[in-house]
Design a protein around this ligand. Structure first.
Ligand SMILES: *Cc1c(COP(=O)(O)O)cnc(C)c1O
Length: 414
């Protein structure tokens, strides 16, 4: 057993040497993205007084406005709503769907099943009070072709007069297939616009921010949403979410967030305004560390004989790395190893359990400073075939390497 463990360390050294050219490409991209973010801070003239908090209604909160202007500048959008009171990515997405869809409208997904936590909201799972379905908004879905491509023939047929919104997702979610890069996004958006120019194109941007040089609105999307405890929070934001896009749609989402007539005019930035700025500033670098961690994970586990998606040298459009472990026991072992290397809660032993919003039991490993902050480093996955673990984040590539070495030890011990 001792020998085997030493071998894993040797292998990890070898893998790092192998992936160095890819690390270097990631650095070059991160430099450009960091420059873009810094330029946005400078063009908005972010000032020391913007870093302070406000209370109560939050009227005239100039820091909040500056932060939203920086987001809008980075994402090349007319407007943005960036709030600590948006609790999660799911909440941010809900603001977009409920803010814009009205009874009689239809929501169309062209990439198959939506992300797990959206199913109850849409009304395709359970009987959740207040689902879109209950409110008379119908849902239609076109499944991708085998291999992951868009089924354009069926999308063309599904688009109709009632289609108010097309929902796209940039990241892979809990799907083995390829994630959706911006070129593919541009292609599908063009196709939809040519058929139905007035349809609202919404992109779930979770896990995609700062992975590519552009963002979805630059390839034609109307509205995007995401979570601040993922990429754009830079591992620093303690909570929050954002919506960005055309001013009209952002305000509709804001009306849902607070109340019609009040919209984005209220909302105190209570307690952590500075951290939202600071996290956003660091985000391009932290995302690049997470990408390096994912590249390392892909090659390391491939060399250990597991299927991985994407492969280490394939193009990435999100920070998620899927590793096909093949059995529930190996998923649990992987999570045990990862959890044991966390800076927080390292003594906790992960078990699979039911999670609100998810169909199958989910196993998760995350010992994070901010609860649920998957950009810090986490692994999770529903216990269902192909028993893949979805691994993402990493505040530093060194940390990712240590954690994966420990995860590999646990998996190989079985
Ligand atoms: C994480 C995620 C969500 C939901 O975000 P939560 O913050 O977990 O609610 C939605 N879509 C995708 C693609 C995600 O990765």
């Amino acid at each position: 057993m001792r020998k085997k463990i030493a071998d894993l360390e040797l292998l990890s050294d070898e893998v790092v040497r192998e992936v160095l050219p890819i690390y270097s490409a990631i650095d070059q991209k991160a430099l450009k993205i960091h420059a873009k973010v810094l330029d946005s801070f400078r063009s908005v003239r972010v000032s020391e007084f913007h870093l302070k908090d406000s209370t109560g209604y939050g009227y005239g909160d100039t820091g909040r406005e500056a932060l939203e202007n920086v987001y809008a500048s980075i994402f090349k959008t007319e407007a943005a709503l960036v709030r600590g009171q948006i609790v999660s990515g799911t909440h941010a997405i809900a603001l977009c769907l409920y803010g814009i869809l009205r009874p009689g409208d239809e929501l169309l997904s062209v990439q198959g099943e939506p992300y797990d936590t959206l199913a109850e909201m849409i009304g395709i799972r359970g009987k959740c009070h207040g689902s879109l379905k209950e409110m008379g908004v119908t849902y239609r879905q076109v499944d991708p072709l085998i291999g992951g491509g868009i089924d354009y023939a069926n999308v063309g047929q599904a688009l109709g007069a009632r289609t108010k919104m097309v929902m796209l997702q940039r990241s892979r979610g809990y799907q083995w297939g390829p994630s959706f890069d911006l070129e593919k996004l541009r292609e599908v958006i063009e196709f939809i616009r040519n058929r139905e120019p007035n349809v609202v194109i919404f992109v779930d941007n979770c896990y995609g921010e700062f992975v590519e040089e552009k963002e979805p609105v630059e390839v034609g999307a109307d509205l995007i949403a995401g979570s601040l405890i993922k990429n754009p929070g830079g591992g620093i934001a303690p909570t929050g979410g954002y919506v960005a896009g055309a001013a009209k749609f952002v305000e509709m989402a804001a009306n849902r967030w607070s109340a019609p007539g009040v919209g984005s005019e209220v909302g105190p930035s209570s307690g952590f305004q500075r951290l939202l700025f600071q996290g956003l500033f660091l985000a391009p670098h932290i995302v690049s560390e997470a990408l390096k961690g994912a590249v390392f994970a892909a090659r390391f586990f491939e060399r250990l004989g597991f299927e991985v998606s994407p492969r280490y040298n394939e193009k990435r459009s999100d920070i998620v790395q899927a590793i096909g472990l093949g059995t529930p026991e190996k998923m649990l072992a992987f999570c045990r190893g990862l959890q044991g290397t966390s800076p927080v809660d390292s003594h906790v032993r992960p078990v699979a359990s039911a999670m609100p919003g998810y169909d199958d039991p989910v196993v998760m490993a995350a010992g994070t400073f901010v609860q649920g902050a998957t950009l810090e480093l986490s692994a999770d996955g529903p216990l269902r075939p192909p028993y893949a673990i979805y691994f993402q984040g990493g505040l530093s590539k060194e940390y990712v390497r240590l954690a994966l070495l420990s995860a590999a030890r646990e998996v190989m011990r079985l």
